[in-house]
Design a protein around this ligand. Structure first.
Ligand SMILES: [Zn+2]
Ligand SMILES: [Zn+2]
Length: 359
């Protein structure tokens, strides 16, 4: 497609510019997507502030960030056209992690560990732009009931869903969700939808706790704010009080806070499963009392990205099992992307998830 488009170009930490660039040309195996909505991910914030490098040769830009996106098909490359897969105007969500499909990990369906992934907004140009090109295998048509705003959050929801699948919830089990950001609030709903009897939400701010209760959590604990009605410094005792005297059989930890990672071991009992999901720093270490873990036959799992769960995600949103509306608290225009990233990091206002609306 000819013409130019507005983009937000990230050069290096704290340097981001609104610019006009040519609309990308697509290859035979790609489609062009006119972007509608893009979630601001914690990782976009980390790239902007230089807390983590991009996956480019020098770790820096220029690169358009943004990988949680929805939009409409604007142009179809020859392969997808030959297969009759897309029409211009089709509503899609993007899977930004474009695995190679040829390596041993991909052969096993372990796409999340493919060492050759091209990641939109991380290693190649992303979605803080009017148009983005994507492999036709990574643009998924979305049901009519799913809004562009919700579809933009299907990538984090897919990651959350993979974590919940790893947690292996059995019907009626009590599930602790430890960390109440956007992903935690998705997990509260997913845990319920996956069969949890009770969900106990643990957070550090009453704002997130009230949100968790509003989307289906049965009980809540605030581990930081002593003024909170939900405050306790003894999470194990609180979990027992909500769970018939027992510790929890399942706990998922969508946060990088080391206190939460450690405390997950305290709130879970024998034969329990913990799933760690957050993004701690490379130096963080977790100590596990090994003998106790063996004798109590614990399962500890780790979840990363979102292989093979996207169909579940679209149907869960379309059917109302997961409501992403309460999670989106801040909206910005494309021109305000940098401001939005700074706001999500620096503001002390109550907020969960910011989203950039591109037109
Ligand atoms: Zn993300
Ligand atoms: Zn691969």
């Amino acid at each position: 497609m000819q013409g130019t488009m507005k983009v937000v170009n990230f050069y290096e930490p704290l340097v981001m510019k609104n610019e006009e660039h040519p609309i990308p040309e697509i290859a035979d195996n790609e489609v062009l997507v006119k972007v509608k909505a893009v979630g601001i991910c914690g990782s976009d914030v980390s790239y902007y502030y230089g807390h983590s490098p991009l996956d480019t040769p020098n770790g820096k830009g220029p690169l358009y960030l943004g990988h949680e996106a929805s939009g409409v098909i604007a142009e179809v490359g020859s392969i997808a056209k030959g297969l009759g897969l897309f029409q211009e105007g089709d509503r899609v969500a993007l899977n930004p992690v474009q695995q190679c499909n040829a390596c041993p990990a991909c052969m096993r369906g372990e796409f999340n560990t493919c060492p050759h992934c091209e990641v939109i907004g991380v290693s190649v140009n992303g979605c803080f732009a009017e148009y983005v090109k994507v492999k036709y295998t990574h643009a998924y048509k979305i049901p009519d009931e799913v809004s562009f705003e919700s579809a933009a959050l299907s990538e984090p929801l897919a990651c959350a869903t993979h974590g919940i699948f790893d947690l292996d919830i059995k019907l009626g089990q009590t599930v602790v969700v430890y960390g109440l950001g956007g992903i935690g609030l998705m997990m509260v709903q997913l845990a319920k939808a996956a069969g949890a009897g009770k969900v106990i939400a643990i957070g550090v701010r009453d704002y997130g706790i009230e949100k968790a209760l509003s989307v289906g959590a049965d009980h809540a604990i605030n581990v930081r704010d002593k003024a909170s009605q939900y405050y306790t410094d003894d999470t194990a005792a609180a979990v027992r009080s909500f769970n018939g005297g027992e510790l929890a059989p399942r706990c998922i930890v969508p946060t990088s806070g080391m206190n939460a990672l450690k405390d997950a071991l305290n709130v879970t009992g024998a034969c329990s499963t913990i799933c760690y999901f957050g993004l701690p720093s490379p130096d963080d270490r977790l100590e596990i009392p090994v003998l106790d873990a063996i004798q109590s036959e614990r399962t500890i799992r780790f979840a990363w990205l979102a292989p093979l769960v996207w169909d579940n995600v679209f149907h869960a949103v379309a059917s109302g099992q997961v409501d992403l509306g309460p999670i989106i608290t801040n909206r910005f225009s494309l021109d305000q992307t940098e401001e939005g990233i700074k706001y999500m990091k620096e503001s002390t206002d109550d907020k969960i998830k910011g989203i950039v609306l591109v037109d």
